[in-house]
Design a protein. Structure first.
Length: 75
């Protein structure tokens, strides 16, 4: 793990196209701003684990609507 120190309004750049900026520091919380291409998913770790079914994570809610089932046998 790479550990970096940054102050408010300072940034790091990842892979030339992702920028992470320290937006605010309040007590023991740090707010980060992330600029990344639309095709790069960015999630908090607990959301990522829920989406990908990691142990101990809640199942991710379905984002697709279920297709209604026709029980009449008609096509």
């Amino acid at each position: 793990m790479l550990v970096l120190s940054r102050k408010k309004n300072e940034s790091i750049v990842i892979n030339n196209d992702i920028t992470v900026t320290v937006v605010e520091i309040r007590g023991d919380k740090v707010r980060l701003g992330i600029v990344a291409p639309k095709e790069v998913p960015v999630h908090r770790q607990e959301v990522f684990e829920a989406i990908h079914g990691k142990p101990g994570a809640e199942p991710a809610p379905s984002t697709t609507a279920a297709k209604p089932v026709d029980t009449t046998g008609r096509v």
